[in-house]
Structures are given as structure tokens and as C-alpha cells.
Design a protein around this ligand. Structure first.
Ligand code: SAM
Length: 301
């Protein structure tokens, strides 16, 4: 007889542990490579009464790999409130419910937050099975500092709203992580170069898949690369370094500011260049404006 917590084998080759306690299980699923699905995740999906999933067909294909027949119910951002109520009711009755998204970790730009919040509020047991997550994988592969990071998720699809949001993030002293569709990548990088300036960045593409690629360079170089090459295929995460140290107290501060301004002035009219550099550096617009006038020879320095 197996002791509590001891691993035993099933006839399907999946390793299983003791029976699951009633509750909600947040199960991460592969973002491309099936080999990343854990034995505990398989056991959990096999043992739950029901799996709440974003897309029944996508999860069905995953279950098929393991010969699992656990019933599924759709739970996604367009689900009626009654669907969440029904899941909470199951939990209250002592059922075991797994929550999965199509790929990666649930709740990370995927459905589940409200369900988890309400399950906690009604004192249901909530547990998570960690596993693949595109933003963390992109961060640790980017070569950028991983000690402080800010996960933005998706940016607005329209240019003006995207630039406004980027401007609001420009002062955050941390590595920034973004999701973006491959189709919009060139335009998004152009906006990032404009609003965040000459920072180091990485585009992580097709993670865990056959054509996994991480392209690391400054935002302007990445912008120029994708402007020429066009949108890549597959899925991408963009990771951007923290603001360059443009503190007025730093040696070389004036050179860094001048370089940014010169770059911006080659592409934009003076007023727009000033606005962008001020947003990217966090420096007062008046100070940047004065420097821009000096650089363009419009007033004495
Ligand atoms: N919850 C998921 C996770 O933890 O990875 C993310 C879901 S979000 C709806 C989907 C976005 O994640 C994609 O648009 C892309 O930006 C990123 N992504 C997912 N899989 C990826 C992969 N294999 N390579 C690169 N980016 C990926």
C-alpha cells in the first residue's frame, strides 16, 4: 500500500500521488513542448471531477496525449457569470476542479483571476501546479536584469494608445515584459524605440518550440531589423531593459541626453522629439527643450 505522498505508477505510465483533496487546482500547460508537462499535472487532470478550460478542443488534444477522459467545461473571459458560479458551487460541494488555459500558466494574461478570488473568498482550497510561462522564460533568456521586473502583458493594439501606455511605463526602474502579436511586432518596436529610447531589449520567439529564437539588441536596432525583415512567424515576448541612467548627477548625463535628442531629431520635428525624450528619460520637458534648442542651433547654449 502506498504511503501518503508516495509516488506510485498507473498503467498509463503516469506517476501519481495520493488522492487529491477537494479544491481548485491551477495547472500550467506547455507553451509548445509537450515534454514540459509534469507528471503531477497529468495526475491532477486525471483525478479532478472536471477541468475548466479556455478552449475545450485545445485541452481535449492535451488530454488525448495521456488517454485522459476527465470531463471539461468552458471557462473563458466571455463566459457568462453563471459559469463561474457553477464552478464555485462545485467547489462548495467538495469537488476537485482543475483550471487550465490554452497554453502556459492560468491567470497570466489568461482567465482565472475572478474565479481564484471568489474561491478564496468562500474558503475553498486553492492550489497551483507551476510550469511553463512565456514571460518568465523570456525574462531569464533575455540577458537583462532579472532581479526587478514589471510584467505589462499585452499593449493596446492602436498606436496612439500604445504610445501613451509606453510613456506611462518609461520611468519604471525595472526590466519590462510585454506580450505582443508577431504581426504587430515591427510597429510595436518602433513605438518602444520612440517612447522608451535606446535601451537594451530582447525579442523571444517560439519558446520551447523547434524554431525558438532570442534576438537581443537595442530597441532602435531591433526596430530596424523587423522593419526590414517584416513580422516574424509564431509567438513573441518582448523584454526591455530599465531606463538608462540619465540622472543629472551622473557623469556623462549630458552626452546621453544629447545622443537621444540627436537620434529623435533625425526622425521627428523638434516638439515631438522633445516630448519623446522627456517621456523616455523622465527629465523635465523644459530642460529637454532647452537642450534641443541648443543642439539645433536655435539659441546659444
Ligand atoms: N498564460 C500564458 C503564459 O503563462 O505563458 C500566456 C498567455 S497569453 C494569452 C499568450 C501570449 O504569450 C502570446 O501572445 C505570446 O506573447 C506569449 N507566448 C505564449 N507562448 C509563447 C511561446 N511559445 N513563445 C513566445 N511567446 C509565447
Amino acid at each position: 500500500m502506498a504511503k501518503a505522498g508516495q509516488l506510485i505508477s498507473t498503467n498509463r505510465g503516469a506517476r501519481v500521488s495520493k488522492p487529491l483533496a477537494p479544491g481548485l487546482y491551477l495547472v500550467a500547460t506547455p507553451i509548445g513542448n509537450l515534454g514540459d508537462f509534469s507528471q503531477r499535472a497529468v495526475h491532477t487532470l486525471a483525478s479532478c471531477d472536471v477541468i475548466a478550460c479556455e478552449d475545450s478542443r485545445t485541452t481535449g488534444r492535451l488530454l488525448q496525449q495521456y488517454g485522459l477522459k476527465t470531463p471539461r467545461i468552458a471557462y473563458h473571459e466571455h463566459s457568462a457569470p453563471g459559469v463561474r458560479e457553477a464552478i464555485l458551487q462545485r467547489l462548495a460541494e467538495g469537488q476537485r476542479v482543475a483550471l487550465v488555459s490554452d497554453a502556459g500558466t492560468p491567470l497570466i494574461s489568461d482567465p482565472g483571476f475572478k474565479l481564484v478570488r471568489e474561491a478564496i473568498a468562500q474558503n475553498s482550497y486553492v492550489s497551483a501546479l507551476p510550469g511553463p510561462s512565456a514571460p518568465l522564460m523570456a525574462l531569464i533568456l533575455s540577458g537583462l536584469p532579472s532581479d526587478r521586473f514589471f510584467f505589462q502583458g499585452f499593449l493596446p493594439p492602436k498606436g496612439a494608445a500604445r504610445r501613451a501606455l509606453l510613456a506611462s511605463l518609461a520611468g519604471i526602474d525595472a526590466t519590462l515584459i510585454f506580450f505582443e502579436s508577431a504581426r504587430r511586432l515591427p510597429q510595436c518596436l518602433a513605438d518602444m524605440a520612440q517612447m522608451l529610447g535606446d535601451r537594451q531589449a530582447a525579442v523571444a520567439r517560439e519558446l520551447t518550440k523547434l524554431f525558438e529564437e532570442v534576438r537581443r539588441d537595442s530597441l532602435p536596432v531591433l526596430r530596424d531589423h523587423y522593419a526590414e525583415a517584416g513580422p516574424p512567424k509564431g509567438e513573441v515576448v518582448i523584454v526591455v531593459g530599465a531606463p538608462l541612467n540619465d540622472s543629472p548627477d551622473q557623469p556623462g548625463h549630458e552626452d546621453a541626453l544629447d545622443n537621444r535628442l540627436r537620434d529623435a531629431l533625425t526622425r521627428y520635428r523638434l516638439k515631438e522629439a522633445v516630448a519623446q525624450v522627456a517621456a523616455a528619460t523622465g527629465l523635465p520637458r523644459k530642460q529637454v527643450y532647452a537642450r534641443a534648442l541648443a543642439l539645433t542651433g536655435k539659441i546659444e547654449t
